[in-house]
Design a binder for this molecule. Structure first.
Ligand SMILES: Cc1ncc(COP(=O)(O)O)c(C=O)c1O
Length: 321
């Protein structure tokens, strides 16, 4: 995915700006060996008419990052607002004029043998041109995987903890090898949790249904945006409740949400058509609304967006050291 990333791209690493080619970690780094990092992923959308790049809900992403870091007892020494400004500065510094993807990472950085976590942490933020991802324009064929979603008391799925992504990687690898585009994971109790790296919604009897936060899901920011759009723009009833596997087979529409997939329609599940087997009307309308909101074309949702190319104060250099 980053094959074409320019090694001269300026990244934030070890509290300073440097070229990507110089941002390296040692082979014994705790996080590399034991998965003890916490990452985020957010997007910036290019708005052609305004010649402007708009970061999508940076405050929510950085707040989630800071809170999730707390699960591993990593304290992020910047506020969400400072991190937003730092990211905007990074994008400006690279001069990106197109959609971008931004990946903040905090991790246990000591080079040690042994699983005990000490207080040595490191931070990085990489901004890059948005990579191509799963093409969902014609609708996806998803399959329920034999792997179960990780439990909160094993590795908290809400935490965006690096090591926990082995769960989604195994699931999506199995799904792709079995001919599906993406995997849907069930909880140990057999309820639908989410897809390998996105949340899931069903449309049934005219209502939007999604598994609640306590079903081992990642509490997606796109999920939250779509629920708000559905309630306020479409006046739809949105219900957070446990979902059985076979509801996937009898519902009218299904879609995934996530920063990378955005809003991806699912038209087949386990070799069965979803509803009519075409992209449904609620999915199509919500996808359109989400795209319009993210690109800054809906005034009511402009508060989600942070413009990059305007006078935003650079984070002073002594705060970076
Ligand atoms: C496991 C998982 N679920 C759901 C999501 C969707 O979350 P968001 O909409 O905040 O990107 C992601 C992506 O971050 C994810 O990795």
């Amino acid at each position: 995915m980053t094959d074409s990333l320019n090694p001269e791209t300026i990244v934030f690493f070890e509290n300073r700006l440097m070229p990507l080619s110089e941002a390296r970690v040692g082979i014994l780094t705790h996080a590399l060996n034991y998965g003890t990092g916490v990452f985020e992923g957010l997007r910036g959308y290019w708005n052609e008419e305004e010649n402007q790049l708009l970061l999508m809900r940076p405050r929510e992403h950085f707040l989630r990052w800071k809170q999730n870091c707390g699960i591993l007892r990593i304290e992020v020494p910047w506020s969400a607002a400072e991190l937003g400004d730092l990211t905007a500065g990074l994008v400006r510094r690279n001069g990106f004029r197109g959609d971008v993807y931004i990946k903040p990472l905090a991790y246990k950085s000591s080079q040690q043998i042994g699983i005990h976590m000490d207080g040595q942490n490191a931070f990085a933020i990489v901004a890059m041109p948005a990579p191509a991802y799963l093409d969902s324009s014609q609708g996806l064929h998803a399959g329920v995987t034999s792997w179960r979603r990780i439990e909160d008391n094993a590795i908290p799925g809400r935490g965006k903890i690096c090591g926990s992504y082995v769960n989604g990687a195994l699931a999506s690898d199995e799904a792709r090898r079995n001919g599906f585009d993406e995997a849907i994971l069930l909880t140990e109790a057999g309820h639908v949790a989410e897809a390998a790296s996105s949340n899931i919604f069903l449309v049934r009897h005219g209502k939007l249904i999604t598994p609640p936060a306590n079903e081992n899901i990642l509490e997606g920011i796109t999920r939250d945006s779509v629920m708000e759009l559905a309630r306020k723009e479409l006046r739809l009833e949105v219900i957070e409740r446990p979902v059985d596997r076979t509801e996937l087979y009898v519902c009218d529409e299904i879609f995934f949400t996530g920063t990378m997939v955005e809003l991806a329609p699912v038209i087949r599940v386990d070799h069965r058509p979803v509803g009519s087997g075409q992209i449904g009307p609620v999915t199509a309308e919500l996808r359109h609304l989400y795209t319009q909101a993210a690109r800054g074309r809906l005034e009511a949702w402009r508060h989600w967006l942070m413009p990059v190319y305007e006078a935003v104060e650079e984070l002073s250099s002594d705060r970076l050291r």
